[in-house]
Every structure is written in structure tokens, then in C-alpha cells.
Design a protein around this ligand. Structure first.
Ligand code: ZN
Length: 112
């Protein structure tokens, strides 16, 4: 028995990403490498249970550093979501301001 080898193998195994696939992706899924749609030749991988789509020609790039690409992709997607929430909140605020201004004008006109 060579214990260090077993320990090393276990360490490598436990730190290796849990990657499964490829499986066919929907054409409208966002590519993890270039953030475009993957198109009809797109494929998808499951990394630690999370699905990532990639263009077929960029799959080798993704597979060279799946965790790196997945991390960058997640960070790329997140600000977009908060931006949507922000712009939604801002437009609601703008509408409220306009409604308030219109109401003020109306009351002014009716009183005099
Ligand atoms: Zn791509």
C-alpha cells in the first residue's frame, strides 16, 4: 500500500470539477465563453450541477478551464440582473414623479 499516492489521488479527485456532458443545448442558450447564443450546434455541460451552454467550436476553450469560464460567466450574468432591477426601479420612480407633476399642474389649473 502506498498511502501518499492514495491521499494525492483523493485530493485530485475531490478538487476536480464535477463536469458531465456534453448534451444538446437549445439554440437560444447563452454561450459561457462568448456570451452570444450558442446556435443550433450548441452543446451544454453540467458543472457541479449547474448547466452551462457553449458553442461547439468553443467547447475546447471551455473545457480547458471550466471553473474559470463558469465563474466569469456567473459574474457577467449577475450585474445584468441587478441592472434590470435598478432600471425597473428607476423607471417606476420616474413614472411616479411624472404622475405627481401632472397632478400638481391639474390642481393648479382647477384652482386658478
Ligand atoms: Zn460562444
Amino acid at each position: 500500500m502506498c498511502l501518499p499516492a492514495i491521499v494525492l489521488a483523493l485530493a485530485v479527485w475531490s478538487s476536480a470539477p464535477d463536469l458531465s456532458g456534453p448534451m444538446p443545448a437549445r439554440p437560444d442558450e447563452v454561450c459561457v465563453v462568448c456570451y452570444g447564443t450558442v446556435g443550433s450546434s450548441g452543446i451544454a455541460y453540467l458543472l457541479n450541477g449547474v448547466r452551462y451552454a457553449v458553442s461547439k467550436e468553443e467547447a475546447p476553450l471551455f473545457l480547458s478551464d471550466p471553473q474559470g469560464y463558469a465563474k466569469r460567466f456567473d459574474e457577467h450574468q449577475r450585474p445584468r440582473m441587478s441592472m434590470l432591477i435598478w432600471s425597473g426601479g428607476l423607471s417606476a420612480f420616474a413614472v411616479a414623479l411624472i404622475v405627481a407633476a401632472v397632478r400638481k399642474r391639474r390642481t393648479r389649473q382647477s384652482t386658478g
